[in-house]
Design a protein around this ligand. Structure first.
Ligand code: CU
Length: 132
């Protein structure tokens, strides 16, 4: 009987790990009553975590973005109508604070603008609900 090659097993585990990552949608809510508006976002190759941020129209967010990867990434944010309101490059290991006033209800999309990074998973959204 043929024994399984340890390399094959390693590749299978890697595929399982990658598919587990791809299926994970992390989510945070910004609670209006607690006065805290800071949202920590982690950029890596290739994800932005959390991928869904729930907040409200009128919130003044402070996005604390860290690039945990060894290559350049970016955070671009669009208003619900599609207008780009922020676009910040982050070098390897760099952290930046990005203030963002949610002036409209709706879905504010964010993504990395480097070639193919959005398609590879570096995208998410801020869901701005009407004020409570
Ligand atoms: Cu990127």
């Amino acid at each position: 009987m043929k024994h399984s090659n340890p390399l094959d097993v390693g590749i299978l585990l890697l595929i399982l790990a990658l598919s587990a990552c791809a299926g994970k949608t992390t989510e945070v809510s910004v609670v209006p009553a607690d006065g805290k508006r800071g949202v920590v976002i982690r950029a890596s190759s290739f994800s932005l975590t959390p991928a869904v941020i729930r907040a409200h129209n009128g919130d003044h967010l402070l996005l604390q973005v860290t690039n945990a990867a060894g290559t350049v990434h970016n955070l671009t944010i669009k208003k619900p109508g599609g207008e780009i309101v922020r676009s910040v490059d982050l070098g390897a290991g760099e952290s930046v604070e990005v203030p963002l006033d949610l002036t409209e209800s709706g879905t504010w999309k964010f993504y990395c603008n480097k070639p193919f990074h959005e398609t590879l998973g570096m995208s998410g959204s801020i869901e701005a609900m009407p004020p409570p």
